[in-house]
Design a protein around this ligand. Structure first.
Ligand code: SAM
Length: 217
């Protein structure tokens, strides 16, 4: 099941061209999108949606993010092979696998136990190895900090302080911040122990980041 055929690879090439037309220029990120079989993250019968540039439901009221959003966030994050990366919101595991194309040191945490279990099985089946956790990622993973890169794939009401504290100096956090309807993509870089710089980018619509430093569930 979920064999990666010549047809799928052709669909991914077309998707990558679409992302390029939409402004994604980060070649290593585009190569990662080309490498990851997105159809393997869809339930049986829904694979035909995998190479459209659209978000799609994955159960538990959650979504696999739109490829453009995944590529946009990953390009802002700009991970290198030596970086330790923390992803908040494992969901289907697709973004996690895109990150694994860029560094072998990926930690990912998911709030919903059903998704955590299902995605753990999926990544094992795909022979992709990340450090997966189930719990409230809004407070990060203090026992594995510091991280060079932290990526939040759900919309936060404010910048979660625990995540800022878990950044290595020189590292950055990419996170959508806003209200329940619309969020602005923000990148925060830790320039010294005490100093952070903040940059703002496009607006997106994400499912909410729940938990202690997110929205109340
Ligand atoms: N990155 C995912 C993918 O590639 O499929 C898409 C993520 S989906 C847009 C957002 C995910 O964040 C959902 O799976 C949701 O359950 C999870 N989430 C929300 N709040 C969370 C929290 N506090 N800690 C960890 N995961 C959280």
């Amino acid at each position: 099941m979920h064999a990666d055929t010549y047809r799928h690879r052709g669909q991914r090439r077309t998707l990558v061209e679409e992302l390029r037309r939409k402004g994604i220029r980060h070649e290593r990120v585009l190569a990662a999108v080309l490498a990851v079989p997105r159809h393997a993250f869809f339930e049986a019968g829904f694979e035909a949606h995998a190479y459209q540039d659209k978000a799609f439901p994955i159960g538990e009221g959650q979504t696999i993010s739109q490829p453009y959003t995944v590529a946009y966030q990953t390009a802002l994050l700009d991970p290198s092979p030596e970086h330790r990366v923390l992803e908040i919101g494992t969901g289907s595991g697709y973004q996690c696998c895109v990150l694994l194309e860029l560094t072998p040191h990926v930690f990912s945490i998911e709030y919903q136990p059903v998704l955590f279990e299902r995605t753990g099985r999926r990544l094992a089946h795909l022979h992709r190895q990340a450090h997966l956790f189930c719990g409230d990622g809004s407070v990060g993973l203090p026992q594995h900090a510091p991280f060079d890169r932290i990526l939040v794939t759900a919309g936060a009401p404010t910048l979660p302080r625990p995540l800022l504290r878990q950044l290595r100096v020189g590292g950055c956090l990419v996170i959508p911040v806003g209200d329940a309807q619309v969020q602005r993509m923000v990148r925060v870089t830790r320039v010294s122990e005490e100093e952070f710089t903040r940059e703002e980018f496009e607006e997106f619509r994400f499912v909410p980041l729940l938990g202690q430093a997110g929205w109340a569930s």
